[in-house]
Design a protein around this ligand. Structure first.
Ligand code: ZN
Length: 239
């Protein structure tokens, strides 16, 4: 949850004040992992009278493997989710990225006494209006922009072949209109399995907690019965 600090700026953490075991009220700056279904917490203890140093907190977290930003709450990731997010960057053979890299590799400012820069990027054949429509239609039908994943075995390459254009055109339109490829179809299936497994674990934990409650109730009943038995025995002895 994004909070406003005293200067009215949004912060990536929330200040949580709770009573500690020693009865004193303690405040913590709390960052929450934004990984799907994670909610792992990183608390920074705030000593009274000490000003909040957002940058120091963020640096400490980064040193411990977290991703964090003092303002952007969406940049908070625990080490596990960070590893997962990194593994999900699967668009490694992107023609568009290669093109962008080629362009950024060119010197930013040409030297004044050298010949004008040569155009190193090969000009692409522009698409026709029909090809654009067809491509948009295929992307609409076979790319899940919510999770950044192609469906039914489609890819930038198959769309390019289907429309009859260079793949970089598909990548450009997909990136602009539907966003990046974040996971593969295989990973999507794995994620489904992982989610089911997590749900089963959660259900089991719930059952374990219920069993513990039943055990505690049985234990209490036992203690009461023992006391009653002892009282009867005392009575029998006295009789
Ligand atoms: Zn996490």
């Amino acid at each position: 949850m994004s909070q406003k600090n005293r200067r009215g700026l949004a912060t990536a953490y929330e200040v949580v004040t709770e009573r500690a075991d020693d009865g004193k009220m303690r405040s913590r700056a709390r960052f929450v992992c934004q990984g799907p279904g994670c909610e792992k917490i990183y608390d920074h203890t705030i000593r009274s009278g000490e000003p909040l140093n957002s940058m120091a907190m963020v640096n400490k977290m980064r040193a411990e493997g977290w991703a964090a930003h003092h303002i952007n709450v969406r940049d908070t990731y625990c080490p596990q989710c960070l590893a997962l997010a990194k593994a999900m960057n699967n668009d490694t053979n992107s023609e568009l990225k290669k093109l962008e890299m080629k362009m950024s590799a060119q010197p930013a400012a040409p030297q004044p006494d050298t010949a004008p820069q040569k155009e190193t990027v090969v000009a692409l054949t522009p698409m026709t209006a029909d090809q654009r429509v067809k491509m948009r239609h295929l992307l609409e039908g076979h790319f899940d922009e919510g999770i950044g994943c192609y469906t039914d075995g489609w890819s930038d390459q198959t769309i390019a072949e289907n429309v009859g254009v260079a793949r970089v055109h598909v990548e450009k339109m997909r990136e602009a209109a539907y966003g990046p490829i974040r996971i593969t179809e295989q990973q999507k299936a794995l994620f489904g399995e992982m989610k089911q497994m997590a749900e089963r674990i959660e259900n089991n934990e719930k059952k374990i907690r219920q069993l513990f409650d039943q055990l505690a109730a049985l234990d209490t009943a036992n203690v009461e019965q023992k006391a009653a038995l002892n009282a009867l025995m005392e009575k029998a002895k006295a009789a």
